[in-house]
Design a protein around this ligand. Structure first.
Ligand SMILES: NC(=O)c1ccc[n+]([C@@H]2O[C@H](COP(=O)([O-])OP(=O)(O)OC[C@H]3O[C@@H](n4cnc5c(N)ncnc54)[C@H](OP(=O)(O)O)[C@@H]3O)[C@@H](O)[C@H]2O)c1
Length: 246
């Protein structure tokens, strides 16, 4: 099957890493389903940009932390495309709090949006992969391996994504569905817009490459994992951190 016939579903594609991934997959001939939660105008703009560039894209609203919403999304995509070849789970939220301010509501918000979401989409979309299989790429974080102060819960929610990635890779391997994750360090998106420039420069200076990531840096790694070039890679988390993490 050529890339021109491939269908890719990207959650969190209205902005940031998901948007860059949708654009990169569309540029390689995939038809892309742009999944957003609230920012319909941003999602429509991504669709318009991809179509203007000669690609195929359509926007779908869903809350990936809600089972009913994810199942409805999968039904809508099954009706529209019949099958999928690639699923990228980029939707997520970041929160940082000191230990004394941690509470069940914060834990639930982080784990529902970052971890339960991966379970729900994988469960709902796995039946839509065809006989040739395909690829699922999840968004972890370098913090899953190296948490920093006030990031314990977010880091744990991403460490759990790494475990889901490994476990689902084993379960879906017999159907030739590969499941991998990328683990970015600070990447220039809305999620990291609040990081002061001075801190940004300090972190950049600590990477061997002397800079922080653009969304396209992470998107290229996701596209590689989604492609047949990495057909022998599954159950892995790739640190896409410019060499920052020990
Ligand atoms: N940026 C970084 O430095 C960094 C580093 C490591 C890991 N990551 C991970 O990479 C992923 C993408 O991050 P980003 O920086 O691109 O984020 P972002 O710019 O803040 O965008 C978040 C995206 O997720 C969507 N989203 C959030 N919760 C959702 C939900 N419950 N249902 C459906 N969609 C939802 C948002 O949709 P709306 O636009 O509709 O709100 C938006 O498209 C996240 O999983 C994040 O944890 C990011």
């Amino acid at each position: 099957m050529t890339a021109a016939q491939k269908i890719a579903v990207i959650t969190g594609a209205s902005r940031g890493i998901g948007k860059a991934t949708a654009q990169a997959l569309a540029a390689r001939g995939h038809q892309v389903a742009i999944v957003f939660k609230q920012q319909r105008a941003a999602a429509d703009a991504v669709v318009a940009e991809i179509i203007a560039a000669g690609g195929h894209a359509e926007a779908f609203q869903a809350d990936v932390a809600d089972a009913g919403s994810v199942d409805a999304l999968a039904h809508a995509i099954a009706r529209r495309y019949g099958h999928i070849d690639v699923l990228v789970n980029s939707a997520g939220v970041y929160g940082a709090r000191p230990l004394a301010e941690l509470d069940p509501a914060f834990f639930t918000e982080q784990f529902h949006n970052n971890t339960l979401s991966v379970l729900l989409t994988t469960r709902a979309f796995a039946p839509l992969f065809g006989a040739a299989g395909g690829s699922i790429v999840n968004l972890s974080s370098n913090l899953a391996r190296a948490p920093q102060a006030e990031t314990a819960v977010y880091s744990a929610s991403k460490a759990a994504v790494d475990a889901l990635t490994r476990g689902f890779a084993i379960e879906l391997g017999p159907r030739q569905i590969r499941v991998n994750a990328v683990a970015p360090f600070i990447t220039r998106t809305d999620m990291t817009a609040g990081i002061p420039d001075e801190l940004r420069q300090q972190f950049a200076a600590q990477t061997p490459l002397g800079r922080l990531a653009e969304p396209q840096d992470i998107a290229r790694a996701i596209v590689a994992l989604a492609s047949d070039d990495l057909a022998w890679v599954t159950g892995r988390t790739l640190l896409t951190d410019g060499g920052f993490t020990d």
